[in-house]
Design a protein around this ligand. Structure first.
Ligand code: PEP
Ligand code: MG
Length: 592
């Protein structure tokens, strides 16, 4: 890993989104390009290409059938039959059969075969002067486009050379990061993505150091360049000197993740003055919870059920969902799991027809569920079925007021009725609301009368309170977790839950950051649900602080008028009183 003599060391400022140090050669992740050129394949590869083609056609047809069920505008279903021509084209004995024959005869890649067959089709349609035929061309183009998009997605394979490399990309989608993690890269760097982006959350869960907000990745780095990613302070060192490599190698051996194994998670978590704090885990996989439990987690505070959609690339059936929910319920056992209903937006349903100008403010989360009531009812039935003899609760994402809860309760009642009539046993999950929209904060007392518990989704709460996109690093300075408005909002929600005598958990990333934890405890939070990689350091911190002191500290920051003022007051107090409880270097970096 020697630095070529002619290249000077260069330090690039970045946003630290997943703690840890990664050292390795750069591997630039090219944007997925369509393999539209002709690639000769061997006779042995024909079968692989045919399987890929048929799987892509099946997936495209499934998505299209789903789109035709879903509302396209204002929840209106599109006119019957609009997608019929395309669905017929995607049927196994239509377009896929012709493309398959081309692959077999010509021994070429599926994309090329599709391109040639489509051109042939379109030429025939185009030569006809009939208006109806010309319209059909649009359907053919659309079906071909869908099939092509599916094949491009399925073509993504993680190259072996990513092992030990620093993967650099403009942007990484959550599904890609799970794939990439299998190759065991040293670290990740991206242009886009904030601390609370789902990609960053997953990087932390997977223990991959990551930094974002680096401009012009493709021009800044060349594949093979040696870099160091400092996911603690937010810095990337390009062409590091040998002494720099030595320095960072020392730090990486001392990361908190390496020390985690030394911590025993059995004992209850409480502050020095005896206030019990329940630590829960935000996990995607049952095995992650089993590990989280050994570190001290008691319960899955948030399970993002849309991870099923991501993995299967489509919404699973009721039975498939039931099996997945049961697996989580079994992993959680008597600690319990909170299953959040799908927190997805229309952009998950690929195709330009469903694009929205502002997806974060669009038809997503509970709004999409309440629009697609059949799908919502199916999901609720699956959760009810999985909750027989198990501690399973339901959380509704992005609730904006009491009517979202009331309408959801009605659908939950119909789901119960369906199961009763079918003689299928079901349990009695409690129904909670995520508080992450400003209107829900302002009506938290009314919501608390209708919900069995509240979950504070601080990732979105900060985004929506400050109108700063959590995925956009250009506005990272405006995404202020310690903004006086955010602190007030969290205090108000915790107080609302307290008055209604219902539990409230904080389950955004704020709950897993030692810098913010004393503030949350001071505001009255007693349940914190966090990423598994945060548990050890948060436990250590909680065991060393006094809840009474934290409450007084919060009182003193209540009069702060800016985030800078709050941050410096907290840092000063921490350094003077609790300095040794924080992971090394954490108090040196900016926390907004
Ligand atoms: C949140 O918004 O804080 C949250 C926990 O959910 P997500 O990050 O999935 O939006
Ligand atoms: Mg959220």
């Amino acid at each position: 890993m020697n630095r070529p003599a002619e290249k000077p060391e260069c330090r690039i400022e970045a946003l630290a989104v997943s703690r840890g140090i990664g050292i390795g050669p750069i591997a630039i992740l090219a944007e997925r390009r369509r393999r539209l050129s002709r690639v000769e394949i061997s006779a042995a590869d024909v079968e692989t290409e045919l399987v890929r083609l048929h799987q892509a056609a099946e997936s495209a047809a499934r998505k299209l059938a789903r789109i035709s069920q879903l509302g396209v505008t204002n929840g209106e279903k599109p006119g019957a039959g609009i997608f019929d021509v395309q669905l017929l084209m995607l049927a196994p004995n239509s377009l896929p059969e012709k493309v398959g024959a081309y692959i077999k005869n010509e021994h070429v890649n599926a994309e090329w075969a599709l391109k040639r067959v489509a051109e042939d089709y379109l030429e025939k349609q185009g030569s006809s002067g009939d208006q109806r035929f010309r319209e059909k061309s649009l359907d053919i183009e659309d079906a071909v486009e869908r099939l092509m998009a599916e094949m491009v997605n399925s073509a993504f394979k993680v190259p072996a050379e990513y092992r030990g490399a620093v993967i650099a990309a403009r942007e990484l989608r959550p599904s890609m990061i799970v794939e990439l993690a299998r190759a065991k890269p040293a670290a990740l760097i991206t242009e886009r993505g904030g601390w609370t982006s789902h990609t960053s959350i997953l990087a932390r869960e997977l223990g991959l150091p990551m930094a974002s907000g680096i401009k012009n990745i493709a021009r800044m780095f060349a594949s093979g360049d040696l870099v160091i990613v400092d996911g603690f302070r937010g810095e990337v060192v390009l062409n590091p000197a040998d002494s720099t490599v030595e320095y960072f190698s020392g730090i990486s051996r001392e990361t908190p993740a390496n020390r985690a194994s030394a911590v025993h998670g059995g004992s209850p978590v409480e502050t020095l003055d005896g206030v019990a704090i329940t630590i829960q885990a935000n996990v995607d996989l049952p095995e992650t919870y089993r590990f989280a439990r050994t570190l001290g987690a008691r319960g899955i505070g948030l399970w993002r059920s849309e991870s099923l959609v991501r993995d299967l690339s489509w919404i699973p059936s009721e039975d498939e969902q039931t099996a997945a929910y049961l697996a989580m319920a079994q992993a959680a056992g008597s600690d319990g799991v909170r299953i959040r209903t799908f927190d997805i937006g229309r952009q998950h349903f690929e195709g330009e027809i469903l694009n929205e100008a502002n997806p974060s403010l669009g038809l997503r989360s509970i709004r999409l569920s309440l629009t697609d009531t059949d799908g919502f009812r199916r999901q609720l039935r699956a959760i009810l079925r999985a909750s027989v003899d198990a501690r399973v609760d339901i959380v509704l994402p992005m609730v904006s007021g009491v009517s979202d809860i009331e309408r959801s309760r009605e659908i939950l009642d119909t789901a119960r009725k369906d199961l009763k009539e079918a003689g299928i046993p079901f349990g009695e999950p409690r129904l909670g609301a995520m508080i992450e929209v400003p209107s829900a904060v302002l009506t938290a007392r009314q919501i608390a009368q209708r919900a069995d518990f509240l979950c504070l989704g601080t990732n979105d709460l900060v985004q929506y309170l400050l109108a700063a996109d959590r995925d956009n690093d250009s506005v990272a300075d405006w995404y202020q977790t310690l903004h006086p408005g955010v602190i007030r909002a969290i205090g108000e929600v915790l107080a609302a839950a307290n008055s209604a005598s219902i539990p409230a958990a904080v389950c955004g990333e704020m709950a897993g950051s030692p810098f913010y934890v004393p503030v949350l405890i001071g505001l009255g939070a007693r349940e914190l649900s966090m990423n598994v990689t945060s548990i050890t350091q948060v436990r250590r911190l909680i065991g060393g602080i006094n809840a009474g002191d934290a409450a007084r500290l919060v009182e003193s920051v209540r009069s702060s008028e800016t985030v800078e003022e709050t941050e410096s007051l907290l840092r000063k107090y921490y350094l003077e009183n609790w300095g040794a409880l924080f992971p090394p270097g954490l108090l040196e970096v900016k926390h907004r």
